[in-house]
Design a protein around this ligand. Structure first.
Ligand code: ADP
Ligand code: MG
Length: 587
């Protein structure tokens, strides 16, 4: 018979089990160690990783160091110098307080620490592998602390399996390092990956210069300063002008009392304030720090301390929303307010939408379309199109269609035979552009059109790396790009069909989309094409009537007219009989 035998877990086992909460992946180690360095008052912090941090993480600081007699204590669970009793939460300004990071890191990796306080003459070098002290010696060193963590999860292989590719883990770390640099402009950071310096900041305390190091010159030149204060809150930092928004939220940096947090109330308040200034699917770029009485926020919601709770969410929402709106108001002269694009062709079209085609004369009178019946005799521009239910076309069937008009600024109604088609202008446009690019690429007929005014693309180091990694594929699609330096590129020519739509933002979107996936060459090209088309269509959504006519013709000729490259339908159809049923004329 099996007998239940309940045993207390050993400390080592407990640490291994609970480690997953605090230390999930290499970035968690970097985060905890750098937070400790910041809490220790360091002015210079250097972080070096190898192989995505999986094999090697070293964090060096010039902070206060740990006194000799407290070193072992620092590695003991729930040992902290930052919190004495529960009331301290009300005034807590340090990043750490749970006292479990060092202990956990030492339990799941091979750790070496060298540390010395200002007052001690000699420092200490201690090695702890998998929670066991291997050695402890005196050593001559500078004041401050260096911690090396090697071979993460070497003793918990199950956890190792959950890690992503080193390049992805490295990217996570790079992102958090940027956030540290942005939230601490008074600290000089250096981040090294596989022996290469990724970025350094000078630590002169000026947020704008940190912003330039991290996000690049273009953004730094196009930010608005935020500085608002009430008796409860103080918000300061920078928001990028709306046209510098991005398609990822990666560039949103919000800190509360210097701690990077992800919070819905905050991001919604900011995004709502940007509403109507940016396109759907674009996200504002910002670096903002909210100073608030520590008693007003609960940071102890999750072990990683990235989630927080506010004592009163409405107050926070209103304050932040108003701050951002005020910033826009004060900067109204600086802001290029997104003007509705006025296309002269469109203006003319509204009066007499189409004159050259005598079959369907569109006239807008008191906001009504008057449609002249097609004259049967007229042979000119009736297009020969037939779409059948199954989504296939019969070419030998020639059926005329009639463009009824546009509803909701997006959907075109086309009457043909006994059906009405509803065509999504954006999806259709996207599909057409995509097929054009794809055909040219597949047939090797790519043709770059030289831009009159080349686009000067200055990127931050990480974006530049992504761009460089993919530049051959981008060029294959007909982009003519000159590399000026490691981070600066001049776009001299673009694929013929895209020349109307290209902007700096266009490239930023393509770069962002390439960050999301690791793709092989062919898939990369597809991805670039899809993104390019999507972007192009967004940038040019008010087509003139002749353009629409051309679009409808092209979509009918497309290889796959029924879906946009992202799989959404481009056309739906409703039979006359279905409409009649709705009106009770037919059963
Ligand atoms: P916590 O940061 O929550 O207090 P940790 O396990 O991260 O817990 O660290 C335990 C203690 O070790 C800290 O409270 C601090 O006193 C000390 N410590 C850790 N890292 C450093 C460092 N880089 N410099 C000085 N002291 C440190
Ligand atoms: Mg800590």
């Amino acid at each position: 018979m099996r007998v239940n035998q309940i045993k207390l877990l050993s400390d080592v086992m407990i640490h291994k089990i609970s480690a997953g909460e605090v230390i999930e992946r290499p970035i968690s180690i970097v985060k905890e160690l750098v937070e400790n360095s910041i809490d220790a008052g360091a002015k210079i912090i250097t972080v070096e990783i190898k192989n995505g941090g999986i094999n090697f993480i070293r964090v060096t600081d010039n902070g206060i160091g740990i006194p000799k007699d407290q070193i072992l204590l620092a590695f003991t669970n729930h040992a902290t110098s930052k919190l004495n009793n529960f009331d301290d939460f009300e005034t807590l300004m340090t990043l750490g307080f749970r006292g479990e990071a060092l202990c956990t890191i030492a339990a799941i990796s091979q750790v070496e620490m060298i540390t010395k306080t200002q007052n001690d003459i000699l420092g200490t070098n201690i090695k702890i592998h998998g929670g066991k002290v291997i050695s402890q010696n005196e050593i001559g060193c500078n004041a401050g602390t260096t911690i090396i963590a090697e071979n993460i999860f070497y003793n918990t292989p199950a956890r190792l399996k959950f890690l992503k590719k080193p390049s992805i883990e490295a990217n996570y770390i790079s992102n958090i390092m940027k956030r540290f640099a942005l939230s601490n402009p008074q600290i000089s950071f250096k981040f090294i990956n596989n022996g290469k310096i990724i970025f350094t900041t000078n630590g002169n305390g000026d947020l704008k210069s940190a912003l330039m190091y991290i996000m690049g010159k273009d953004i730094a030149k196009n930010v608005l300063q935020v500085e608002n204060q009430t008796d409860k809150f103080r918000l300061s930092g920078f928001i990028a002008k709306p046209e510098f928004s991005r398609s990822l939220r990666t560039y949103q940096n919000f800190f509360i009392n210097g701690r990077y947090v992800k919070n819905n109330i905050v991001s919604t308040a900011i995004e709502n304030a940007y509403k109507n200034r940016i396109m759907v699917g674009q996200f504002p770029v910002y670096v903002l720090n909210l100073l608030v009485d520590p008693g007003f926020v609960d940071v102890n919601v999750h072990p990683s301390k990235m989630e927080i709770r506010f004592a009163n969410e409405n107050l926070v929402y209103d304050f932040i929303f108003t701050c951002i709106l005020d910033t826009f108001k004060n900067a109204s002269s600086e802001l290029l307010v997104a003007k509705p694009k006025i296309n002269m062709e469109n203006v003319v079209d509204k009066q007499i939408v189409q004159t050259e085609n005598k079959n369907f004369l569109f006239q807008e009178k008191e906001s009504e379309f008057k449609i002249d019946k097609p004259t049967k005799k007229s042979e000119d521009v009736i297009k020969q199109i037939e779409i059948i239910n199954t989504g296939e076309r019969k070419q030998n069937l020639i059926v005329a269609y009639k463009i009824i008009g546009c509803i909701f600024n997006t959907y075109w109604l086309i009457e043909q035979d006994q059906k009405i088609f509803i065509l999504d202008q954006h999806a259709a446009h996207e599909r057409i552009l995509f097929e054009k690019l794809k055909n040219q690429y597949e047939k090797d007929e790519v043709f770059a059109q030289q831009l009159l005014i080349p686009i000067d693309l200055s990127l931050n180091e990480y974006d530049a790396k992504i761009f460089l990694d993919n530049i051959e594929q981008i060029k294959k699609l007909g982009f003519d790009i000159e590399k000026i330096s490691k981070t600066r590129f001049i776009i001299k020519g673009v694929p013929h069909d895209l020349n109307k739509y290209i902007s700096r933002e266009f490239f930023m979107d393509i770069i962002d989309s390439l960050k999301e996936f690791k793709l092989d060459d062919e898939n990369k090209i597809q991805q670039i094409m899809q993104k390019a088309c999507k972007k192009a269509v967004k940038a040019h959504d008010d087509l003139s009537y002749p353009e629409i006519k051309e679009l409808i013709k092209s979509i009918m000729d497309a290889e796959n007219p029924f879906n946009c490259p992202h799989g959404r339908p481009t056309i739906i159809q409703i039979e006359q009989s279905e409409i009649e049923k709705l009106f009770g004329r037919k059963k």
